[in-house]
Design a protein around this ligand. Structure first.
Ligand code: DC
Length: 232
């Protein structure tokens, strides 16, 4: 396994952004990566891609068979900042994984230790090869415990659902606010309560309550912390 601490826990050139669904991690990861001129990695997209490609029977596959299938997924990252592109087996990951249904499937397979083990190794390889902004659920706690900067973003489920509702409306998609709130709550429940790598802040993470802040405000807080500690 690659050394993710370089022997100096604080030396790993990685910024971790963890938090629940719909808190704005992807938008922020892109902006922070742009500001630092380095790639960003959306680890939720890796779980979503696996869930999408394995299909609805994925979580019920026999462990050995699942391990075999997972070994066939090779992720690569190119570009930097907002132009970072993640691909799987040479194909760029597209919008087909961006539905709430695929999010729920991803959350299910993400509870399986064999899936987490496999993705953790791939994520650590990418973080050992280049400086990174990574976003997910367990980046600061499990995958990059030696990251130089760790942030945990949070907001009440109602606030996250309302933001998602407004975003969908702007895209011309009608959605039911009560249903969105319910979907967010149930994903929270699954991600926070699983036995392996549950969603929780690292002991040394800066916790940012995004409830009263817009994206610019959260971005400002993150960059101020990074700069106050001499950047990356
Ligand atoms: O961030 P997202 O909504 O795209 O993530 C989809 C699901 O993947 C999420 O509900 C839980 C899982 N996930 C995870 O368990 N660990 C990560 N580091 C990232 C995502």
């Amino acid at each position: 396994m690659p050394d993710t601490t370089g022997g100096h826990p604080a030396a790993l050139k990685v910024v971790t952004l963890d938090g629940p669904a719909g808190v704005g991690k992807t938008t922020l990861a892109r902006r922070v990566a742009d500001a630092l001129g380095i790639p960003y990695l959306d680890t939720g997209a890796m779980f979503r891609t696996m869930a999408w490609r394995l299909g609805p029977d994925g979580p019920d596959l026999d462990e050995a068979l699942l391990r075999d299938r997972l070994a066939g997924f090779i992720f690569t990252l190119r570009g930097r900042g907002g132009a970072s592109v993640l691909s799987c087996n040479g194909e760029d990951i597209g919008n087909e994984i961006r539905t709430e249904e695929v999010g729920a499937m991803a959350s299910r397979i993400a509870a399986l230790p064999v899936v987490r083990e496999c993705l953790k190794a791939a994520q650590q390889r990418m973080g050992a090869a280049q400086p990174l902004v990574v976003e997910g659920r367990d980046m600061g706690t499990v995958v990059f415990p030696g990251a130089r900067h760790k942030f945990f973003l949070d907001a009440a489920p109602e606030i996250r659902a309302m933001r998602r509702y407004t975003q969908l409306q702007t895209m011309g998609e009608a959605h039911d606010l009560a249903l969105l709130t319910e979907q967010i709550r149930s994903r929270d429940e699954q991600d926070r309560n699983r036995a392996v790598a549950p969603l929780c802040p690292a002991a040394d993470a800066i916790i940012v309550d995004t409830g009263n802040l817009d994206i610019d405000g959260v971005f400002g807080v993150i960059m101020q912390h990074i700069r106050s500690r001499d950047g990356l």
